[in-house]
Design a protein around this ligand. Structure first.
Ligand SMILES: [Zn+2]
Length: 98
């Protein structure tokens, strides 16, 4: 039997709303535009006309990967929900048996 203590850190709460994690301008400065993912996309010019090997969008392949930034509002929503749910996670029981 091994005991493990989970370390925690304080999450600042929003002014006037002590149930919601605070979002600061510094968090926005460091995180806005930092997260992106790729989606499959289709080049409409080559799809509806002729495949153009010199196409700047798809190079004549029609399908291509397009990078999408995670919008700042979605970053805030994810952070707030995860921070709010952290204390409710069963994994947060201190001194649990593993
Ligand atoms: Zn194209």
């Amino acid at each position: 039997m091994t005991e493990q203590t989970i370390k925690t850190m304080e999450i600042p709460l929003a002014y006037g709303d002590q149930q919601s994690p605070m979002i600061t301008n510094t968090m926005k400065q460091y995180c806005m535009g930092e997260f992106e993912f790729e989606i499959d996309d289709c080049c409409t010019a080559c799809h509806f006309h002729a495949e153009d090997p010199d196409c700047e969008v798809c190079g004549g392949e029609i399908e291509f990967k397009r990078k999408v930034s995670v919008p700042w509002d979605l970053c805030k929503t994810i952070y707030k929900q995860m921070a709010t749910m952290a204390n409710g996670s069963p994994e947060m029981e201190l001194n649990r048996e593993i």
